[in-house]
Design a protein around this ligand. Structure first.
Ligand code: SAH
Ligand code: SF4
Ligand code: F3S
Length: 479
């Protein structure tokens, strides 16, 4: 957990993961692409869309960068560190490119959008710069780049949701999958680049989401996570209904229900919820369906109302704590996790203490914790001085991490002796003799395979017998 101090982004274990979704077949594909992803789950989901577009255009994928004719790096701009990681990786690709004539390098995602054609001046060996709403034009851009031109498309769209593109599931365990339900963000949190890199918020056609989830279920997947920067503001009206004046808007609660109804055996998760927007409707829908997982990622950012106002989060500490209480009331035993930023502009010791207090009140099972990193062009960068000294930011982060470590351990200790329904995702990382799965509350559970008849993708009841800070250990009591 402490390595979060380095300030990397969520889903740490997957950063930079390489993908090889299809069997390599040199006879089928003239050229091969390699894609590496950084940043949030949405970026990983986008790489699956990119792979689908490239595959349909006749390119095969490879896991081995040295075999590739096209190298893509799907980038993140959320903190300066995320961008540094990408630049380091690009220098490595540059060496490869010097050795292999004709190899092309493309930068995708948020950094492409933020830097636009400036990227080509800064990183001379980059051939393509493609923003998150321009992936459909990739095949054409590849052609342009092949003919020796520099290819750039960073146009943002108000409509693009890639609703009709069936993502190619990359490096998948065959059990869990992410499904994008919207793109962009209309909030203007003052610290955040996402509204600039991802554009305006738009919701994807509900039917296409349900269809994608149903297809996943039919192919053996048992756990889907609906993704958006702010899922609670999902709002979809079919264009024909809108035109005929018979509009029946679909809210996030309604969408969640539609997906839950696909099958009681399909678990449904979602991320991220904004504390200002999560409704009782959603909480009651979660309560009604066993298969909607009892887990909410509810980023706090800061526990000081003054700082929250500067961050433009539009809620106070009291509002936030009342939301947590409401979740606990409607959904007893629900897992709650958070994102926290240490050392935002003007943050005092008292503000920091307020953050620790709200963390303790919320009793988070898990948090992603970051040092504030000023981002060019954001409201905070233009309006406020980044005036908390580095050592102070770091010390506050350590205090936040230490508190979270204690809360996580206590949360796991409370589970000892209890039983949970676990969906088996695969072998435990440590031993092929153990299964790894997750509870509805999103906790990782490891237990011996001995005497368990259930297989990967199936459910099993597990009694918790021990824990570490990050993992529950148990034994299957009913296979
Ligand atoms: N849409 C999601 C968050 C996306 S970014 C939400 O609203 O919760 C993921 C997390 O990165 C944020 O919750 C925030 O904690 C962190 N983050 C964003 N910008 C940051 C910055 N400039 N410095 C440090 N952390 C940041
Ligand atoms: Fe960024 Fe705020 Fe939008 Fe999240 S809700 S992506 S933090 S602007
Ligand atoms: Fe990073 Fe873009 Fe996601 S900035 S966190 S990859 S939306």
């Amino acid at each position: 957990m402490l390595d979060l101090v380095t300030g990397k982004v969520q889903d740490e274990s997957r950063q930079g993961e390489a993908y090889a979704p299809f069997a390599l077949d040199p006879n089928t594909y003239k050229k091969h692409f390699y894609i590496e992803s950084y940043g949030c789950q949405m970026n990983f989901a986008d790489s699956e869309i990119v792979a689908s577009i490239l595959n349909n255009a006749g390119f095969g994928a490879t896991r081995n960068v040295e075999e590739a004719d096209l190298i893509f790096i799907n980038t993140c701009s959320i903190r300066e560190k995320a961008e540094q990681t990408v630049r380091k990786r690009l220098t490595e690709f540059r060496k490869l490119k010097e050795q292999k004539k004709g190899m092309l390098v493309g930068v995708l995602g948020c950094m492409a959008e933020r830097l636009k054609s400036k990227f080509l001046e800064e990183e001379k060996l980059v051939d393509m710069v493609v923003g998150p709403d321009a992936y459909r034009t990739l095949p054409g851009l590849v052609e342009e780049a092949e003919s020796g031109q520099k290819a750039v498309n960073v146009l943002l769209s108000r409509e693009e949701t890639y609703a009709d593109i069936a993502p190619v599931r990359l490096d998948s365990n065959g059990v869990t999958a992410f499904v994008s339900i919207m793109r962009g963000c209309n909030n203007m949190c003052s610290f955040c680049v996402v509204p600039f890199t991802r554009g305006r918020e738009r919701s994807r056609d509900a039917e296409s989401i349900v269809q994608e989830c149903a297809d996943l279920f039919a192919r053996g997947y048992r756990d889907v996570t609906l993704l958006g920067q702010n899922v609670d503001s999902y709002y979809y009206v079919a264009p024909d209904q809108e035109a005929s004046g018979t509009a029946a808007p679909i809210t996030f609660g309604a969408l969640l229900e539609k997906v839950a109804l696909i099958s009681p055996l399909l678990r449904v998760r979602f991320s991220t919820s904004h504390p200002k927007d999560i409704t009782d409707e959603v909480l009651h829908t979660m309560a009604r369906y066993e298969n909607i997982c009892k887990y909410i990622h509810l980023p706090l950012q800061s526990g000081s109302s003054r700082i929250l106002q500067l961050m433009n989060r539009t809620y106070t500490r009291e509002w936030y704590m009342a939301k947590v209480d409401r979740i606990r009331e409607i959904l007893p035993g629900c897992g709650i996790s958070s994102d926290i930023i240490a050392g935002f502009c003007t943050e005092t010791e008292e503000d920091h203490q307020h953050t620790l207090e709200v963390m303790a009140h919320s009793n988070y099972d898990l948090s992603y914790m970051f040092i504030y990193s000023e981002r060019p062009g954001t409201l905070a960068q233009r309006r406020y001085a980044d005036d908390v000294p580095d050592e102070v930011k770091k010390r506050r982060l350590v205090e936040i991490v230490e508190l979270q470590n204690r809360l996580s351990l206590e949360s796991n200790q409370r589970d000892i002796g209890q039983t949970f329904t676990i969906l088996i995702e695969g072998d435990s990382k440590r031993s092929p003799d153990d299964w790894m799965g997750r509870s509805s509350q999103n906790k990782v559970v490891v237990f011996p395979k001995a005497n368990v008849t259930a297989q990967k993708g199936e459910y099993v009841t597990v009694q918790i017998t021990g824990c570490t800070q990050a993992t529950l250990l148990g034994v299957a009591v009913e296979a």
